[in-house]
Design a protein around this ligand. Sequence first.
Ligand code: PMP
Length: 388
Amino acid sequence: MFESLADQPPDALLALIGLHRADPRPTKLDLGVGVYRDETGVTPIMAAVREAERILLDTRTTKSYLGPEGDPVFVDLLKPIVFGVDPGPRLLGVQTPGGTGALRLGAELIAAARPGARVLIGTPTWPNHAPIFTAAGLTLVPHRFFDVAGQRLDIDALAAALESAGPGDVVLLHGCCHNPTGGDLDRAAWARVAALVRARGILPFVDLAYQGLGEGLDEDAAGVRALFADLGEGLVAYSCDKNFGLYRDRVGALFGLAATPAAAEVMRSNMIALARVNWSMPPDHGAAIVRTVLESATLTSLWRDELLRMGTRVRAVRAALAAADPRLAFLTTQHGMFSTLPIDPARIAALRADHGVYMAGSGRINVAGLQVGDAPAFVAALAAVGWS
Ligand code: PMP
């Protein structure tokens, strides 16, 4: 049976973790793996999460099955955080195993409605996007979203892609904190996209995986809120894995906006049917933590404060890098943890071999892997390998 399988390449970023761990140099810097790190270099368990786990330990009476839709209270508590005002019964959501599960479920929902539908996808993007949509049987239509050499968004390329699309097509958009470039649409660009999406009847599918790690919870959702304010149909794949620091607990949701409340019920029943054949039901623990935090005003403000501090730290590292080398000034115009440097593979390899500086082979850096005080060493290493 399995002799027909071809070997699959390992995940390059996970391999980088192993290389970094094995490097004995005390001055090594890890800008590779995409998780938040605090000022001690740790990916912390947030204080509100710890407290919620304590509450759950004391109060939970059963671990019996939920259902394929997960915990509806968790989903309802997220709605105002994501959408601001609740659009009402046209908006539905189901809990998913992380943002990845939400993306896959959304892709399968689209494929069920319109087999082989075209998905406009801006490049570069998170490396898992294309395989997820392809695995669901959809057709990728790439366009340039970000010019890495010039460190500029290519809004015109996005607009041209939208202008060439129509009803039955999908556009994938990053809600905030673009991975891997940090290049986010500003208010005017979101308005332009919203107008085109509406005029052409395109379905927007927003991936919102880092809300709160950019400029703030409301600021990071401003684009998705503007887009959904006057929209017929749309999807949002949401992740709590980063903004609650719950990575391994796999916490997410797929939200759908349908044309009518009745269509929303049909959409929900299809999401549930697809969830059932994929994972039957999502894992409960992480979503129960989020629900416990959001049900408590005290824990919610503890969580919001800590998230705010995380975003502030990331912005401080961006500012420190820009101050250490004016050629990195673009970092302060970008959002979230990531940026993609215009740097070639030979220099990336030299940074690792000669300076213990680890970054993805694409040139993506996770700014949160650095401390403010690391900026001079990082900039010196870039200069030593001749980066410009
Ligand atoms: N979307 C983007 C843009 C991401 O960067 C990630 C995680 N790296 C995800 C979705 C998936 O998040 P999760 O871990 O919740 O599946």
